[in-house]
Ligand binder design. Sequence first.
Ligand code: SAH
Ligand code: SF4
Ligand code: F3S
Length: 441
Amino acid sequence: MSMNDRTPKTFHVKSFGCQMNVYDGARMAELLEAEGMTAAEGGAEADLVVLNTCHIREKAAEKVYSDIGRLRREDGSRPMIAVAGCVAQAEGAEIPRRAPSVDIVVGPQAYHRLPEMVAKAKKGERALDTDMPLESKFGALPARRKQGPTAFLTVQEGCDKFCTYCVVPYTRGAEVSRPWNAILDEAKTLIDRGAREITLLGQNVNAWNEGEGRGFHDLIAALDRLPGLERIRYTTSHPNDMTEGLIRAHAEVEKLMPFLHLPVQSGNDRVLKAMNRSHTTDSYLRIIERVRAARPDIALSGDFIVGFPGESDAEFEDTLRIVTAVNYAQAYSFKYSPRPGTPAAEMEGQVQAEVMDERLQRLQALLNQQQLAFNQATVGRRTSVLLERNGKKSGQLIGKSPWLQSVHLETNAAIGDLIEVEILSAGPNSLAGAQLMRNAA
Ligand code: SAH
Ligand code: SF4
Ligand code: F3S
């Protein structure tokens, strides 16, 4: 019996992985709504479930298969199932071979074709599209709709860096910058629909450029001039694309928030070279120095991998050393995960799981300590907070500080308000504050 003999009326998009997947998930939802479908709350109740997947580490990639299994309803039926995102791109037709209940497989550069694929699936045919078409999906997507006070905006996609451990250049394709006007138009629409903060997204967002023309800092300057926008953020950056102009923007552009996520991955030059990172610990530290000179209160964030093939104890200690030298406000750290098709997966000296566990624990203990210290240093400070959502208690709202910390406070201000707050106390993951005056904006 075909499970798909009816047109789906409701859908549910579940996104995993990075912010770009969150952005793609929002755009898929907008696309399905434009087709007349409505968003359903939970997974299995929806007529169509889109699993927007991540392939970055093995655990993330394997998750999709258990999620597919969980979509079976009590009566034995199931929704129409679409696998989107980076696992779809990397595994393609292998997905329905392993999980025959999957109706649609759609890659990150092809999801504007989702409506046609749903129509095909409705007829009981399987639909697979992992093309990376020349014409970009963005032109075919409907306009942005209303969302909360913060919004993501993808300006750059793909990666040409080919770090030896990483699947992104294969799942997202080559580096492509979206055109200037398309970005500014989308930003204006987002602002019209309530966004007060925009986070510019790219796998290497600071590599955004117009060839010989304008660079990423020009884009930031143009956003700074848009009325109604209060805050600008961007992520993720590669050290090699930290231009002088971008560093200067941190000193000059008022709406640009004092936060920089700049992954270094390892604190050892031999490991960095084996990773094909094309920066050294020294060049990284020099960039940090210049960024701090431009914006002394900047909060620094990073990504780290422990247990890259061949990493010795002493080389791992170098990573602890660079963490100590930089002093991060927050960070993400991961155990190396060998990914099919990447050069590092074939390297000798794969590190044992127990060794990786121990290294990760030590690194995270240090990073957590730094994060707590950073949070505690804001106690007593007066700062702006953009209110984003309701807290658990009534009258409590949660917003973000300029340094991307979550701030909890009691207020009768509304979500979307930018208010002045005094920070009263700090924990490892959030701050508590008190409002100073109503609606400072
Ligand atoms: N483009 C960004 C990050 C992309 S992936 C950058 O270069 O900084 C996010 C993070 O996942 C990476 O920074 C890296 O720390 C981690 N990562 C990527 N591949 C991994 C792998 N095979 N094993 C473990 N962590 C990995
Ligand atoms: Fe992956 Fe490296 Fe590209 Fe980042 S720069 S997406 S880690 S290949
Ligand atoms: Fe994952 Fe793809 Fe993002 S692999 S981290 S969802 S670019």
